[in-house]
Design a protein around this ligand. Sequence first.
Ligand SMILES: [Zn+2]
Length: 240
Amino acid sequence: MHTPIFTRRPLLGLPCPRRRWSPRRHLRRVRAGRSVSVSPTRPRPRTPGAALGFLLEGHRRFASGSPRDRFRTPAHLAALSGEQHPWVAFLGCADSRVPPEILFDLGIGDAFTVRVAGNVASAEQIASLEFAVDVLDVPLIVILGHSGCGAVDAALSGAAAPGSLPALLEHVLPGPGARSLDEAVAANVAHQLKYLVEESPVVRRAIDEGRTGVAGAIEDLSTGTLRLLDGHPPPEPFDG
Ligand SMILES: [Zn+2]
């Protein structure tokens, strides 16, 4: 029989007040080999709109220079060592300047993140996102592109690329008639989102059942602003 970590044992027959969950206390219990029976994860958005609303709040904190998420310690990692409950999945570019956890002020355990140059939805990436949707029950998938994307630029230029790059670039869509790199980046995000939904019956079913929403977004590196493409779920407030 295990003892829930949120309550103390009654003393002298009197019920004790609940204690707030603390990552340090949780880590002490884990290291001491004591039982940990209650999931210590924080509140999690469960609908596409709430997830998008919470995500945009995090981006506003980052963009205003006041990130507040501190769910990033070894204690938090230990608290999640036996389980994960992410509430957003990203298919983002591998570019060093667009780490979703930082741009959206997220902590350990929030985001299931797939990153590849050009944020392309090829088979392995689609399979990873299907795992997020079907097994982890993630309510939102975000395809995250960014201004000045080198992979999109390379695809747009059509110049010869070395090694295995051509195999990746064939998945990038510069966009029919794209006149600029910015237009091509937006066209590529929209294309990867559409391709993901078309190619994956798992993702399509989750969308049809209202369990998951999809959104395309572009981070502007020079201004730190985020642009959502049309067709995203309406953002809802979420008190996380
Ligand atoms: Zn890129």
